[in-house]
Design a protein around this ligand. Structure first.
Ligand code: KIV
Length: 272
């Protein structure tokens, strides 16, 4: 990117692949609204994920299951309007692709057409192979997602580390290869052992992007609200907080309230 000349090279699937090929790590964060997306894009983030974690951090649901396709498109539209450089990937929400490949394709087309995003992400391996193939055939780039897949939380029963046992680890290896073979451009690995991430990341040519998956992934993703310390009580081992915005925002809000109550705000220079 050359901000001085005003030329901004957009991040595409090819740019992402080239990063892996030359050993440059890929930085991805979530975004759900215009203002946050503008900050993250200006800061130089490579990929913005309009994650279905919006269901948790924006809407306050306990899981990602309730968010709808219309709501995801609304969030994606706001993010796309803000972005000049980053690639925007949108999560396909629970229920928008699992039934069959036709439904999956029409959901993906709605996301691309109505939001202007650049790719979709969906959870699962062999069980969603047909859906992914159908979406790819329409020319829509797909990011896979294996390991802890939060849309299946009621099947797993817990948010603990996945693929620690041999059978599940082998399924993950097979699914990763399958997703690469059918044409996914990248793959999120969530909450799996670092050693398995290392193995998978060197076995497949497409980039892996880890969350709670250790240092060997080709890129990293965090939920922005967790990374910035806006969500106060979520502190898993894998999360590094780069700010404590909950405290900063609480302090600012309390000072504002105090100033209003004290008739200090607005003062003479803050009125017309
Ligand atoms: O929805 C989301 O934020 C995600 C990331 C955690 C990868 O899927």
């Amino acid at each position: 990117m050359s901000k001085a000349t005003g030329e901004i090279k957009r991040v595409t699937t090819h740019v992402i692949q080239a990063m892996k090929d030359r050993g440059e790590k890929i930085a991805m964060l979530t975004a759900y609204d215009f203002s946050m997306a503008r900050i993250l894009d200006d800061a130089g983030i490579d990929i913005l994920l309009v994650g279905d974690s919006a269901s948790n951090v924006m809407a306050g649901h306990e899981t990602t299951l309730p968010i709808t396709l219309d709501q995801m498109i609304y969030h994606a539209q706001s993010v796309v309007r803000a972005v000049h450089r980053a690639m925007v990937v949108v999560d396909m929400p629970f229920g928008s692709y699992q039934s069959n490949s036709e439904i999956a394709l029409s959901s993906a087309i709605r996301i691309m057409k109505e939001s202007g995003a650049h790719a979709v992400k969906l959870e699962g391996g062999a069980e969603v192979e047909d859906c992914i193939k159908r979406i790819l055939l329409a020319g829509i780039p797909v990011m896979g997602h294996l390991g802890l897949t939060p849309q299946s939380i009621y099947k797993f029963g817990t948010y603990t580390v996945r693929a620690k046992e041999d059978v599940e680890a082998q399924k993950l290896r097979d699914d990763a290869r399958l997703l690469e073979e059918i044409g996914c451009f990248a793959l999120v690995l969530e909450k799996i052992p670092a050693q398995l991430t290392k193995e998978v990341s060197s076995a497949i040519a497409i980039p892996t992007i880890g969350i709670g998956a250790g240092k060997h992934a080709d890129g990293q993703v965090l939920v922005t609200h967790d990374m910035l310390g806006i969500t106060k009580d979520f502190k898993p081992r894998f999360l590094r907080r780069y700010a404590e915005l909950f405290d900063v925002m609480t302090d600012a809000t309390q000072r504002y309230i105090a100033d209003v109550k004290a008739k200090d705000f607005p003062n003479d220079s803050e009125q017309y």
